[in-house]
Design a protein around this ligand. Sequence first.
Ligand code: DAH
Length: 332
Amino acid sequence: MTNWQQHEEQGMAAIESAASSEALEDVRVGLLGRKSELKLALREVRERETGALLNGIRTRLERRLAERERSLASAEIERRLREEVIDVTLPGEELLLGHLHPITQVRRTVEDAFLGLGYEVRDDREVETVEYNFDKLAFLPTHPARSPRDTFFFDEHRVLRTETSPSLIHALEQRSPPSYMVSIGRVYRRDAITATRYPIFHQFEGLAVDRGITLADLKGTLLHVMRALYGPERRVRFRTHFFPFTEPSIEPDVSCGICGGSGCRTCKFSGWIEMGGAGMVDPEVLSNVGLDPAEWGGFAFGCGLERTAQLRHDIPDIRALWEGDLRVLRQF
Ligand code: DAH
């Protein structure tokens, strides 16, 4: 075997054993690059015979290089097809889409209704002082809500607020009227858990303080909010009542949206549904926040959000709103 035959065989072996396109390129440079043995020899060649021999070797090496290049490239494609396979026909991962809790939905509807009237929306502290939760709201010293049997006390002076009204007292003290605002948030009462009561619940409470406010303003505002909550056909009526902080005090009813007023199970066949409490702000409460009752007047009304959600969706048991059972909540 001549040196050149040997050179060719070694070259072929090197081409075969190159494991990647990069390695093959190194082999090519070594065999056929400008400074390779073969290229230098070809440049020097004088006789036809040697020239033919060397050209033959070069051609065969080039052909083998090209073949190896192709097979390395297709092996690469095979590998990527195997490793990076994405089957677009397989079902994708399901992203579960949540929605707002019914209480949050009601809360937002209430906020929208009041914002539409130009009211300010407030939330506030849930730990209140007896002074703000009861005294400033003109609760008599003998009022049953002041008892630890009705209210959660931390100590003699601090309670979990039993209504959203204290937030409005804070606001009235911080600014001068006219004030139009709604306080929405959690309140606490020591009630046993039943289908209609839960010791934690939400209220919204609207308050307007201005000059020349009348009961007609209260009625119009309530009607607006009730229609936002229950639909444009609703009617509102008032029954007299007592609350420490309003005079006169009333309980508003809204016409039943389920039967339209003709009587059904939800409205206990009366055609009307109780909505909470309302009234004209008691002069004593205005004095308590430093306002002159001869100049300023106001109205207030409060409703429970749970009750509103129950009525909107015909949910018979308030506990469903607190248990977080997705089988229930997904329905709303
Ligand atoms: N605070 C009362 C309650 O929780 C509801 C209420 C009654 C709110 C009369 C008011 C009102 O604003 O004027 O039972």
